[in-house]
Design a protein around this ligand. Structure first.
Ligand SMILES: NC(=O)c1ccc[n+]([C@@H]2O[C@H](COP(=O)([O-])OP(=O)(O)OC[C@H]3O[C@@H](n4cnc5c(N)ncnc54)[C@H](OP(=O)(O)O)[C@@H]3O)[C@@H](O)[C@H]2O)c1
Length: 327
């Protein structure tokens, strides 16, 4: 099969088209003939050598795919050869075939293309487990989503808005802020030209926000803690700046606040399966009703994966980048 591999750690050019043997599905796994694969920021970090695949995972980048089931490993139940599916992977998505534990597979929502479905798993699993399972966001509460036009941000805005939360967000340009508002953010703050923390405090009448989803870290951490409402939850899922900060923990005590976070990739197939079941129950109907949709910025042939990474690193995109493996 054709794959794109990381020939050595470094800039986008290290992504190289290569041939590899087809993966063989182990017991409990399905083999997918891949039509499309999502590109995520963690793939870029992996390419720099800073996000190694967990033990046993493919060394190829790629955390999500969509396609058709081509073969079943021993003991697979509930899936058949030919089923149109999308799946969350621990690696190996930049390839014409991928083997994945059956728990991490979901049907392509009715009415969606393979390209759209490939853009779903990584961000929807991440947002669901952090914002709804860990952050317990409820209707009527407020949420601040940093990086509102990222793959993660476009997903979080739509889900939070659809489940009845009041959405505030940050982004790096006025154009991105406008896109975030169109997706359902009530307020979008350009972090380059405004003091997002002061603005968020103001639009919540000084109360602060109930939930913050942060991918930035660094000096955002104490500002986030200051901005939390009483009983607020700070969800830290990445550190685009850095992971160290000084905070006044007495604020946590006075506000009865929580700081948590999680990474998805090293979690077990059973844990990922539990997230998949909730997504299927609560979010798949929203795709099928057209209430929520993955936001796709652009698609690239597999051989142009390096160009997709250049676009991601330039951060000019709004939403997701997808590799069209059929091209
Ligand atoms: N914990 C988990 O399980 C998990 C799972 C998936 C992804 N993630 C993380 O979530 C983040 C988003 O992933 P993604 O795939 O959605 O990436 P993405 O689409 O590339 O989005 C990254 C966003 O970050 C903003 N940004 C970049 N550098 C920044 C900086 N120095 N300060 C502030 N904002 C910056 C950019 O928007 P602006 O132009 O607005 O700055 C861009 O929209 C990544 O860091 C990724 O590693 C975590």
């Amino acid at each position: 099969m054709r794959v794109v591999e990381i020939s050595r750690f470094g800039p986008p050019d290290v992504l190289t088209l290569a041939e590899r043997p087809d993966p063989v599905p182990a017991a409990g796994e399905v083999l997918i003939d891949v039509d499309a694969a999502g590109v995520n920021r963690p793939d870029v970090i992996q390419r720099y050598g800073k996000y190694p695949p967990p033990p046993g995972a493919s060394d190829l980048p790629g955390l999500e795919v969509a396609g058709r089931i081509a073969a079943l490993g021993d003991g697979v139940t509930g899936w058949s050869i030919g089923d149109r599916v999308c799946a969350l992977l621990a690696g190996g998505g930049y390839a014409e075939r991928a083997a994945v534990p059956q728990e991490q597979v979901l049907p392509i929502p009715k009415g969606l293309t393979g390209i759209q479905a490939a853009a779903i798993p990584e961000t929807f699993f991440t947002v669901w487990t952090n914002v709804f399972q860990r952050g317990r966001l409820k209707a009527g509460e407020s949420i601040l989503i940093h990086g509102g036009t990222s793959g993660i941000g476009t997903t979080a805005i739509q889900l939070a808005r659809t489940f009845g939360a009041r959405v505030l967000t940050t982004a790096g340009s006025d154009e991105k802020c406008e896109a975030a508002r169109k997706l359902g953010a009530e307020h979008a703050f350009n972090y380059g030209t405004t003091d997002w923390a002061a603005e968020a405090k103001s639009v919540t009448s000084g109360r602060g926000v109930d939930v913050i989803l942060d991918i930035v870290g660094g000096e955002y951490i104490p500002r986030n803690v200051d901005l939390l409402a009483v009983e607020g939850r700070l969800l830290q899922i990445a550190f685009l700046k850095h992971a160290r900060a000084e905070i006044d923990f007495s604020i946590m005590m006075r506000k009865r606040a929580w700081i948590t976070g999680s990474t998805l990739r090293p979690r077990t197939p059973a844990e990922k399966g539990a997230i998949a079941r909730e997504l299927h129950q609560h979010v798949w109907p929203l795709f099928e009703q057209g209430v929520v949709a993955p936001v796709i910025h652009s698609t690239f042939p597999l051989a142009e994966a390096a160009q997709a990474h250049r676009v991601m690193e330039a951060s000019t995109h709004i939403g997701k980048l997808v590799l069209d493996i059929s091209r």
